[in-house]
Ligand binder design. Structure first.
Ligand code: SF4
Length: 471
């Protein structure tokens, strides 16, 4: 993804239940999904002495929020955790898990996704007298659950009723008192998987399987779309609380967002990306001397491209690993510097050669333009760009921060116009059919909203792909 400063994922979640204390397990699990959000993080644990949920959270990276001494004070063997990406100005109170104290007990909730009808839900809840502290959709979901439980429903019925009221994407980690749950929306838009600790001490559900690997848990399966799982130290309880004929797994998780060492919907993300590179090489061949990935996310794609094309791959661009975010620079010169700060060419791999740059996707195209120029300045004879996702032509309303149509380089432009815009000798994207064949998910079960402008749910002013009702 060459527009790293523009696009991000909204969050990662963890649910955990063990026989023994979990604060350090939670800490390492959260660090494993740090790539899903670096603005804030937190964990909510049931304190067995105080008999209440204690929530610790703050702005910044997991390691800066949870210092060792503080970790040693945390207690509990049941809990949920969250890493937060924000497209809005970060405020400490927006960090998650979100905790509310209710007549039916403490409820804590952590969310990955977007609730499309949250504005309306918040208005309805306010009209009923709920006093919002944060105006977030997470607070709204916690109040909805509290309402349904207060009405006498058990948790399964309450979750069913909540799912009926929500439109959007959600992988949720929920605590009600000392009980821990994981819930995935009926379309399965955002990923979530279930694992069992290898020492037999309990269960974990997480946005990505890398959180299971680091805590020595074995991947059992994905949380099914519409499934509510209760995690206990000695077992799990599963209930389907909302079901739709078609699913809508986000293809972008496979192409860019998830860590390459994760397994999603039963597929290795690394292998999928290599497979995308192989299809791309067949669909968009080019005569060149060297394949250069845009690090880090273009690496596996480049490997697949190199395997099929026979063009050797080289690390012609090196990433400074210690730069997370940069300011939006005020002028061209400082903007160029900010790209050079993150990426620097290895001239010996590039000079005098015809270079194919491989990236997973192009959003605005501004960063790619600077990279192409950087590679030319390093002495490349020709610069060709090959892209592992189809042209992004429409916003994402379901949890990925790509929200403004007029910023996408591919909107309203032909391929020659895009080549001119980014200064490349040629540009080639994978087709939607090629992408589907590489991801190995059924087309009707894959969200392609941002590349087809057809969405899996009703969005005002946009085309709905299927009209589905909850079963
Ligand atoms: S619109 Fe694109 S980024 Fe958003 S959920 Fe769908 S596939 Fe993923």
């Amino acid at each position: 993804m060459s527009d790293v400063e523009f696009v991000g994922e909204k969050c990662g979640v963890i649910s955990m239940a063990r026989k023994d204390p979990i604060p350090f397990y939670m800490y390492y699990a959260l660090r494993a999904i740090q790539h899903r959000g670096q603005e804030a993080a937190g964990m909510a644990l049931f304190d067995p002495d105080e008999k209440k949920i204690v929530c610790t959270k703050g702005l910044g990276l997991v390691e800066s929020i949870f210092r060792r001494r503080q970790m040693e004070d945390l207690k509990g063997s049941m809990g949920i955790g969250h890493t937060y990406y924000s497209i809005r100005l970060s405020k400490p109170e927006n960090a998650q898990p979100h905790l509310i104290k209710t007549a039916v007990g403490d409820i804590a909730l952590a969310h990955n996704g977007i609730i499309v009808n949250s504005g309306q839900l918040i208005q309805e809840l306010k009209a009923k007298g709920h006093a919002f502290v944060t105006d977030t959709e997470e607070e709204a979901m916690a109040y909805i659950l509290a309402e349904e439980l207060f009405a006498g429903n058990d948790i399964v019925k309450a979750a069913k009723k909540m799912v009926k009221r929500l439109a959007g994407s959600y992988a949720l980690s929920i605590m009600i008192g000392e009980r821990v749950f994981a819930l995935r929306d009926p379309l399965g838009i955002r990923p979530m998987c279930l694992g069992k600790f290898k020492d037999g001490s309990g269960y974990i559900a997480a946005s990505e399987s890398v959180a299971l690997d680091v805590t020595d848990a074995e991947l059992i399966r994905d949380v099914a779309p519409g499934e509510l799982l209760e995690l206990k130290p000695d077992g799990i309880e599963s209930n389907i609380v909302g079901s739709l004929e078609n699913k809508s797994y986000c293809f972008f998780e496979h192409v860019y967002f998830a860590r390459p060492d994760s397994v999603i919907e039963g597929h290795s993300v690394y292998e999928t990306r290599k497979s995308i590179g192989r299809v791309l090489a067949k669909e968009q061949p080019v005569k060149a001397d060297v394949v250069v990935p845009i690090p880090d996310s273009g690496r596996a794609h480049a490997q697949g491209f190199s395997d099929v094309s026979g063009i050797p791959m080289a690390e012609g661009l090196i990433k400074n690993r210690y730069i997370n975010r940069t300011f939006i620079m005020p002028d061209q010169k400082t903007r160029d510097m900010s790209v050079r700060e993150k990426l620097n060419p290895v001239k010996s791999e590039i000079a005098g050669r015809r270079v194919v740059l491989i990236d997973d996707s192009i959003v605005r195209g501004t960063t790619m333009r600077r990279i192409v120029k950087m590679v030319r300045d390093a002495g490349a004879k020709e610069v060709h760009v090959r892209v592992g996702s189809p042209p992004i032509i429409a916003p994402c309303y379901l949890g990925i921060d790509m929200t403004t149509r007029d910023q996408f380089v591919a909107v309203g432009k032909t391929i020659p116009e895009i080549e001119k815009e980014i200064g490349a000798d040629s540009v080639g994207y994978i087709s939607i059919d090629g992408l589907i064949s590489a991801i190995k998910l059924a087309r009707n079960d894959t969200c392609l909203g941002c590349v087809s402008a057809e969405y899996p749910i009703k969005i005002e002013g946009e085309k709905e792909r299927f009209q589905q009702r909850l079963m």
